[in-house]
Design a protein around this ligand. Structure first.
Ligand SMILES: *Cc1c(COP(=O)(O)O)cnc(C)c1O
Ligand SMILES: [Zn+2]
Length: 403
């Protein structure tokens, strides 16, 4: 049996077709490319039952991933994160069946490792020797470390005020690291010029087609962990939107395989009030977003003023009767504290935003009684030491605690 059932790349805008044997970036029309699989053939030879005995990482879905030769897989053990039922927080926000897909548990501490594992593996298969990318921090950290594991060079450009921890991850991997006095969009322009000048492989969000396939595995896992019964709602903190596009793609592939029944879950894109281009577009009923000026949020992973795949995110929202919600930083940090107090989980601010959105959507009855709701916590809170404001009491050596 084949390791991968990948068939070709296609353009969701102009329907052009490309092969998966050569390096491709964007379509000639400027749109991101998506990966297609021979699902009909696969449906005949694989059943969900057979997955049960496989390794607990994302490569258990190798037929639905683009890497064709198993020897090219670059893995640090990513995937198959817990889907944790949250009874106490669920009661607190009156959501009956609340789950957290906890991506704080993967290598490098965020779900970006999924995209990097599959993206770097496929790049290796395609003979890439050096890649380049702009990043707000987490993606660069993951790609730099996976590139190191693959023996590949990388050039990473990030905003000066991206978190120091992600900077350190990139630096220690041996990548070439540059800081720019600007936003990720400015870093992107610099990378674009370097790619042209030095012939590097452009690993920018959605400029190579395979990162999305790695992120798709979140959707595959959620379905498998719920025994191939779809949840009602999935909330996702949305920056570039790759995770949400990926989850949508995964669930559609599972449906095409006939592995799941019922409607797709309503997908919710959650953004920060300080950077909410998708929310604005959704509220205006538009199919594309506009550049968000002077964006600002502590949840730096979702500080993306204009996403290349915005139209795919909006398609996913319209197609599933989902919605888009913006959350204030203050509200997300309060929710982050609640998660820690009620569930013992220190989530990242992006994840906390998605929980705050669930709370609001239950209050407005957009989420209904008895529904199953899955929230993506996209990373570990320990990667954001500065989001916690604390003033512990100081004691002298001999002093006693006074309760
Ligand atoms: C990148 C990132 C996001 C946003 O993910 P997209 O798939 O680009 O929308 C959310 N949370 C964290 C922690 C991130 O690093
Ligand atoms: Zn095209």
């Amino acid at each position: 049996m084949k390791y991968s059932y990948v068939s070709h790349l296609y353009c969701p805008k102009c329907s052009s077709i490309y092969d998966t044997k050569a390096q491709h970036q964007l379509c000639t029309c400027g749109s991101p490319l998506l990966v297609d699989y021979a699902l009909e053939g696969l449906g005949k030879v694989l059943s969900p039952e057979q997955l049960k005995h496989r390794k607990a990482d994302l490569w258990r879905y190798h037929e639905l991933l683009p890497v064709e030769d198993e020897n090219n897989v670059v893995s640090l053990g990513e995937g198959m994160t817990s889907l944790v039922p949250l009874y106490r927080l669920g009661r607190d926000m009156a959501v009956d069946h609340l789950y957290m897909k906890d991506e704080g548990l993967v290598p490098t501490g965020t779900f970006k490792a999924r995209g990097a594992a599959v993206g770097v593996s496929k790049a290796k298969e395609l003979g890439v020797e050096e890649l380049a990318m702009p990043t707000n921090g987490n993606a660069g950290a993951a790609w730099a470390l996976y590139a190191a594991k693959a023996g590949m060079k990388s050039t990473i450009v990030m905003p000066e005020d991206a978190p120091e921890i992600t900077r350190n991850e990139v630096a220690i991997s041996g990548a070439e690291l540059y800081l720019v006095n600007g936003l990720i969009s400015d870093a992107g322009k610099i990378v674009g010029r370097a790619v042209k000048e030095y012939g590097l492989y452009d690993a920018s969000t959605l400029k190579e087609p395979y990162r999305i396939e790695g992120k798709k595995t979140m959707g595959l896992e959620i379905a498998e962990q719920l025994h191939f019964k779809m949840p009602d709602v999935i909330l996702y903190p949305t920056g570039g939107g790759v995770g949400l596009i990926g989850i949508h793609k995964a669930l559609k592939e599972l449906k095409a395989l006939g592995w799941v029944e019922g409607d797709l879950p309503r997908l919710v894109a959650v953004q920060a009030t300080g950077c909410a281009p998708i929310v604005r577009a959704w509220e205006e009923g538009k199919r594309e977003s506009e550049f968000w000026n002077d964006s600002e949020t502590k949840a730096f992973g979702i500080n993306v003023p204009k996403a290349l795949g915005d139209f795919l995110v909006l398609d996913a929202l319209y197609e599933t009767n989902g919605c888009a919600v913006a959350v204030d930083d203050e509200v997300m940090l309060k929710e982050q504290e609640r998660l820690a107090r009620l569930e013992g989980s220190f989530v990242c601010p992006e994840g906390a935003a998605a929980f705050a959105a669930a709370r609001r959507l239950k209050k407005t009855e957009w989420i209904k009684e008895g529904e199953t709701v899955v929230v993506l916590n996209t990373g570990a809170g320990i990667k954001y030491p500065d989001t916690v404001d604390m003033q512990p009491e100081r004691l002298e050596k001999e002093e006693a605690i006074d309760k």
